[in-house]
Design a binder for this molecule. Structure first.
Ligand code: ACO
Length: 325
C-alpha cells in the first residue's frame, strides 16, 4: 500500500503583546522615526503585530503552538518521532530550537533539527517531513515555524521595522494511507543574498557586521510575485491539478499586495486567499502555519479541502506544498 503523509492537527501561538500600527507609530515617534497607520495599511495591508517579551525565545512560542497542534491531533508529545523547526531567529547559535523544544516537550530520542530557509522555511520543513514519512523514517512529525523577528529589526529603519511580527505555527504530520500532501516544489537562488539579509555573524566572542535586517523592498517585491506564481504552477502540474481544484491559497503573509498580485496572476479569486498579515504582520517561517491554524479554527478550511501553501523569502528561497487537508 502506498504510504502518504497527512496533517492531523494544527496549532499556533502569538505572544500577548499586540501593537496596532498607531501604537507602533507612537513608539517610533519617541525615537524620531516617522510613520503612520495610513502608510503601513496602504503599502502592506498590515494593521497590527505581536512582539514577544525580551525573555521569550522561539522555542517558547514553538512549545505553545506544538501543544495546541498535539491537542488537535489527539496525540501526546511521546507519540512524536520527528521534530523539524523552521526558524531564522533561533534561541542560540546551537543547539537547534528543535532540540530545545524536544526537551521542553519532555521527550527524548527522536530526530530533531532546524531548517533555515527564512520565510520559505515552513514549506521546506513540511516537504522534508513528508519525504521522511513516505520513506518510513518517521510516522508522526511535529513541523513548526517559529520566529521572534522583533529581535533582528532595526527600529530606526521605518522601511523594515513596521513589517514584521513574532509568533509560531505548528502542524502534526502523520503517515496515512490516503493522501495528504499531493506535491511539493522547492527552489533557491543564492545570487539574491544581498537584497534581504541579516549580515552580522559571531566571531571570536563578538558580533561582526550588522546583526539587523536589511531589505531592498522593491527588489523583493518584484522577485516574490514571479516566484510565487511559478512555484504554484509547478506544484499543480506535479499533482496533475489546475487552479480551479484549489479551495484555499495560503501564501506566506508578507504583504497583501504581493499576495493579491500572485492570486491575480494565477487567476485565483481573491475570496480563496487566506489573509492574516493584517493581524500578524510578517512572521517569516511562522506565517503559513499560523494562517493555516487560524483558518482551520475559524471553520474556513475544512477536512478534504485542497490547499496551496506557498512561500518566498531570503536566500532567495521559494516553494509550494499542495495538499488535501
Ligand atoms: N512610513 C512612512 N513612510 C515610509 C515608510 C514608513 N514605514 N517606509 C518607507 N516610507 C517612505 C519612503 O521613505 C519613501 O519616501 P520618499 O518617496 O520620500 O523617498 C516612500 O515611503 C516610498 O518608499 P518605497 O520604498 O518606494 O515604498 P514601496 O511602495 O516600495 O513600499 C514596501 C515599501 C512596503 C517595503 C514594499 O516595497 C514591499 O512591500 N516590498 C516587499 C517586501 C516585503 O514584503 N518583504 C517582506 C520580507 S520578504 C518576504 O517575506 C518575502
Amino acid at each position: 500500500m502506498t504510504r502518504y503523509s497527512r496533517i492531523s492537527g494544527t496549532g499556533s501561538y502569538l505572544p500577548p503583546r499586540r501593537l496596532t500600527n498607531a501604537e507602533l507609530a507612537a513608539e517610533l515617534a519617541t525615537k524620531g522615526v516617522e510613520t503612520s497607520d495610513e502608510w503601513i495599511v496602504e503599502r502592506t495591508g498590515i494593521r497590527a503585530r505581536h512582539f514577544a517579551a525580551p525573555d521569550v525565545c522561539s522555542s517558547d512560542l514553538a512549545l505553545e503552538a506544538a501543544k495546541n497542534a498535539l491537542d488537535a491531533a489527539g496525540l501526546q508529545a511521546s507519540d512524536i518521532d520527528l521534530i523539524i523547526v523552521a526558524t531564522s531567529t533561533p534561541d542560540m547559535v546551537f543547539p537547534s530550537v528543535a532540540c530545545i523544544l524536544q526537551n521542553k516537550l519532555g521527550i527524548a530520542g527522536c530526530p530533531a533539527f532546524d531548517v533555515q530557509a527564512v520565510c520559505s522555511g515552513f514549506i521546506y520543513a513540511l516537504t522534508l517531513a513528508d519525504a521522511m514519512i513516505k520513506t518510513g523514517s518517521a510516522t508522526k512529525a511535529l513541523v513548526i515555524g517559529s520566529e521572534v523577528f522583533s529581535r533582528i529589526l532595526d527600529f530606526s529603519d521605518r522601511t523594515t521595522c513596521v513589517l514584521f511580527g513574532d509568533g509560531a505555527g505548528a502542524v502534526v504530520l502523520e503517515a496515512s494511507d490516503t493522501p495528504g500532501i499531493l506535491a511539493s516544489d522547492l527552489h533557491a537562488d543564492g545570487k539574491h543574498v544581498g537584497i534581504l539579509c541579516v549580515p552580522g555573524h559571531v566571531s571570536g566572542g563578538q558580533v561582526l557586521g550588522d546583526p539587523l535586517l536589511k531589505m531592498d523592498g522593491q527588489a523583493v517585491f518584484k522577485l516574490a510575485v514571479g516566484m510565487l506564481e511559478s512555484t504554484a504552477r509547478a506544484a499543480l502540474a506535479k499533482a496533475n491539478l489546475t487552479d480551479a481544484d484549489v479551495d484555499w491559497m495560503i501564501p506566506h503573509q508578507a504583504n497583501i499586495r504581493i499576495m493579491q498580485s500572485t492570486a491575480k496572476k494565477l487567476k485565483m479569486p481573491l475570496e480563496k486567499l487566506i489573509v492574516t498579515v493584517d493581524q500578524h504582520g510578517n512572521t517569516s517561517a511562522a506565517s503559513i502555519p499560523l494562517a493555516l491554524d487560524v483558518s482551520v479554527r475559524s471553520g474556513k478550511v475544512k477536512k478534504g479541502d485542497t490547499l496551496m501553501l506557498e512561500g518566498v523569502g531570503g536566500g532567495f528561497t521559494w516553494g509550494a506544498v499542495l495538499l488535501k487537508y
